[in-house]
Ligand binder design. Structure first.
Ligand code: PMP
Length: 408
């Protein structure tokens, strides 16, 4: 049974007032709140274990290693990776994509005049690392266009995929608009029309969807812990074994070597080759607790609840005269992104909502090309998690109406 009251009771941060009003947290696409089980796991690590991993013979170090490797296995099963060593701990999605871009660059995988394809709907962290790789190598960046609903125009792939295409990197869900991209169709096209590697940015899909990387058949899948109820500063890069094996390390340092001398260093096997330095052990262990939390609630339950919130939010907000939702006609998950006609600055709306205790994100959401496409400086974005309620959506709609009255 899905019991929203019981779920909310697991999020202590929700029991507070902001600006004299009960907190309504609708900024989950930026970072979700954390349940007690995650907070306690993290605290317990520091109170009872706190030791470095993979290095010590002493009991605490072994315990830390065991717990962290156990968490890696939880993530492996959560995304259905074939092997636990295909699951690399990172700082988040941004680091995951940079790791791939640098490592493939260092492995001579990309050469002058090769092509990398991304989409118009990408977060800056799935744009800039590829631009930097293109600058280093002379490769070209191509961009799948969108239509007025924000829907990707996939015939672009038919016209542009070729043996020159080395990487295609798209998100599964857009953070700015919440649009669900047809990654299965994209991957099918990429597989039949090129031999490019397929990277999926799952930062906004993992918190809402069941993920099966083997079924999707992507080469890489990256995401952040902090958007899926885990602490900040942890994330995952999944990669297929045969590809990770061929990749050069991203960072050099401790943990990632097999042998090291001044003359020559040889590298450790997976996953350690790609995990130089001391990891965020407590955070990585707490990521496992976040996986447990999501599984316990049930990913389909989370999805159904958030879909109901989204549908209701869309209905309530569209009752407001002059409110435009971007990507309204597209299939979406967890996000409504909107502006009020005649109110030029989204942050003005955000500030009024904040005074009412309602936390939303305003601005370009690290997706300036999308904002340019719609010819706006930014939008107001409300984004949902499992603990949000229909009553909170009512409060959002009332708050937006109030903002409209005050700003027009
Ligand atoms: N990609 C998408 C789709 C995102 O939503 C985000 C975070 N807003 C990122 C990448 C970057 O994630 P992080 O800042 O956790 O590295």
């Amino acid at each position: 049974m899905f019991d929203i009251k019981e779920i909310r009771s697991q999020f202590p941060i929700l029991n507070q007032q902001v600006n004299g009003k009960p907190l309504i947290y609708l900024d989950n696409a930026a970072s979700s709140q954390k349940p007690i089980s995650v907070l306690e796991t993290w605290q317990k690590y520091y109170e009872e274990i706190n030791a470095n991993v993979h290095r010590g013979i002493h009991t605490l170090s072994q315990l830390a290693t065991e717990e962290m490797e156990n968490s890696r296995k939880k993530v492996q099963h959560f995304i259905n990776a074939k092997h636990d060593y295909e699951v690399i701990f990172t700082r988040g999605t941004t680091e995951g994509i940079n790791l791939i871009a640098y490592s493939l660059g260092n492995s001579n995988f990309i050469k002058k005049d090769d092509e990398i394809i991304i989409s118009y709907l990408e977060h800056h962290s799935n744009i800039v690392p590829w631009q930097m790789l293109c600058e280093r190598t002379g490769a070209k960046l191509k961009v799948i266009p969108i239509d007025e609903n924000g829907i990707l125009q996939l015939d672009f792939l038919d016209q542009n995929l070729s043996e020159k295409t080395k990487i295609v990197s798209v998100n599964q869900v857009s953070n700015a608009l919440g649009i669900i991209n047809p990654i299965e169709e994209i991957i099918a096209k990429v597989r039949t029309q090129s031999s490019a590697l397929m990277v999926i940015d799952g930062a906004q899909s993992v918190p809402h969807f069941e993920i099966d990387v083997q079924k999707i058949d992507c080469d890489f899948f990256v995401f952040s812990g902090h958007k899926m109820y885990a602490p900040m500063g942890v994330g995952i890069l999944y990669g297929k074994e045969e590809i990770l094996e061929k990749m050069q390390p991203f960072h050099g340092g401790g943990e990632m070597i097999a042998t090291c001398s001044f003359e020559k260093t040889t590298y450790a096997g997976l996953p350690f080759k790609l995990e130089a330095g001391t990891p965020n052990v407590g955070g990585n262990i707490a990521l496992g607790a976040a996986v447990d939390f999501m599984k316990k609630v049930g990913i389909q339950n989370i999805r159904n609840h958030e879909n109901a919130l989204l549908e209701y939010a869309q209905k309530k907000l569209l009752e407001i005269d002059g409110l435009k939702i971007y990507g309204e006609k597209a299939k979406r998950a967890g996000v409504v992104s909107f502006n009020l006609e005649g109110v030029g600055i989204a942050s003005d709306v955000g500030m009024i909502l904040d005074k009412l205790g309602i936390a939303v994100r305003t601005g370009h959401h690290c997706t300036q090309p999308i904002m340019d496409f719609f010819n706006v400086a930014g939008t107001v974005r409300a984004s949902f998690a499992v603990f949000n309620t229909l009553e909170e959506i009512d409060a959002l709609a009332e708050g937006v109406k109030k903002a409209q009255r005050m700003l027009m």
